[in-house]
Ligand binder design. Structure first.
Ligand SMILES: Nc1ncnc2c1ncn2[C@@H]1O[C@H](COP(=O)(O)OP(=O)(O)OP(=O)(O)O)[C@@H](O)[C@H]1O
Ligand SMILES: [Mg+2]
Length: 366
């Protein structure tokens, strides 16, 4: 990857000083940034013509393909296999949760945790801030962390507590976590656009967005704004996915839940944001409170079997419940059995859950 980063953006055909200045003003300073952009972004935000935007993206992607950083238009399964071999998995410090992910949170992927308040989304993110910094031999990602905090729930003292409990150097851990406090939806969109630079400058191997939807959900209220909101979220999600693949980093996002009144069987709670977030996330995990414990359910994955497992929130971040630590494999179930179990558990709640927000109900259709 370093070879491509050394190629200056001005070396691309058609990039003179004026275009370069426009690109820089928009936070695009490397070939990798350009390759991860969309034509619409370059046209709408930087005022480039359609044709220039198209050519620049095409040329930057061609260069990265030549250097073997981006996949070619047609690749053999063997090449894909080799690329996947560069993927690294990051431990969550919970054996159960790691097993659910067949080893840990993957690079080259977007992992989504959704669940109700207090289900442990932010605690998992805090724990990963520590584990991602560990060397690869210790099942970390050997890199820094970028924490995009949209709910003002990042707590350095919690990081210090986790590090201390695990006898790690608190100062080192804290100084390798870069926190972006984000207060509105357009600020979040700007940060996501600048991600390429931030990742390269700070040696980032994990990007956390906690949460992906809260700002857009709060700002785009009412049915009339739904399609604009979904379009913006779509842009964010696709950029995150491209960034995860191009930079071989892990991206973890959290999402809120909404009631799904049309559910007659199964859990009436579903992830907010409709299909746009669900489709762009590589892995989607639902978190639920289960007494003192938390249950994690693999809802969507291109390669994991359906599974669920329990974990605990502890002083050391995320851990395993006493009894299941001994039999630490996640309890795999056939989809049928799992669906039947979910249906049974929630059948008592099924008809009572009526959403009072029509707009939210139509999210899934977007
Ligand atoms: N140091 C700690 N030790 C044990 N449990 C903790 C600790 N800190 C927080 N918790 C527990 O974590 C839970 C909150 O989890 P978390 O903040 O991850 O929820 P969340 O899913 O992010 O919720 P929200 O949707 O409100 O953001 C609470 O039950 C709290 O008691
Ligand atoms: Mg939270």
């Amino acid at each position: 990857m370093s070879e491509a980063i050394e190629v200056d953006i001005s070396d691309l055909p058609g990039v003179g000083p004026a275009t370069r200045a426009k690109l820089e003003a928009g936070g695009i300073t490397t070939i990798l940034d350009l390759a991860a952009s969309t034509v619409n972004e370059l046209v709408d935000n930087l005022g480039l013509t359609d044709e220039t935007a198209h050519n620049l993206i095409f040329e930057s992607q061609r260069l990265l393909r030549e250097k073997g950083i981006l996949e070619k238009d047609l690749v053999s399964a063997q090449e894909l296999f080799d690329r996947r071999a560069q993927m690294v998995r990051c431990t969550t410090f919970s054996k159960n949760l790691d097993n659910l992910f067949l080893g840990g949170i993957e690079t080259q992927a977007v992992t989504e945790f959704y669940g109700e308040f207090g289900s442990g989304k932010t605690q998992i993110c805090h724990t990963l801030c520590i584990s991602a910094q560990l060397p690869v031999e210790e099942r970390g990602l050997a890199g820094g962390v970028l924490y995009i905090d949209t709910e003002s729930t990042f707590r350095p003292e919690r990081i210090a507590q986790i590090a201390k409990t695990r006898s790690m150097n608190t100062d080192t851990m804290l100084s390798n976590i870069h926190v972006a406090k984000v207060y509105n939806a357009s600020h979040l969109e700007l940060i996501i656009k600048a991600l390429g630079n931030l990742i390269q400058q700070n040696g980032i191997k994990l990007v956390v967005v906690d949460s992906i939807i809260s700002l857009h959900r709060a700002e785009f209220v009412g049915r009339g704004t739904l399609s604009e909101r979904q379009q913006k979220l779509n842009g964010i999600m696709h950029r995150l996915k491209r960034i995860a693949e191009i930079y071989n980093i892990a991206v973890v996002i959290t999402n809120q839940v909404q009631a799904s009144p049309d559910t007659f069987f199964g859990d009436p709670t579903k992830a907010a944001g409709g299909n746009i977030i669900g489709h762009a996330s590589t892995y989607r995990v639902y978190l639920r409170k289960a007494g003192q414990e938390r249950k994690a359910i693999m809802i969507d994955s291109p390669c994991h079997p359906y599974g669920d497992t329990n974990f605990m929130i502890t002083e050391g971040g995320i851990g395993d419940p006493e009894e299941s630590t001994k039999k630490s494999t996640a309890s795999w179930k056939s989809s049928k059995a799992a669906v039947a179990e979910k249906a049974e558990k929630s059948s008592s709640k099924k008809a009572s859950s009526k959403s009072d927000n029509e707009e939210e109900d139509s999210e899934a259709a977007e």
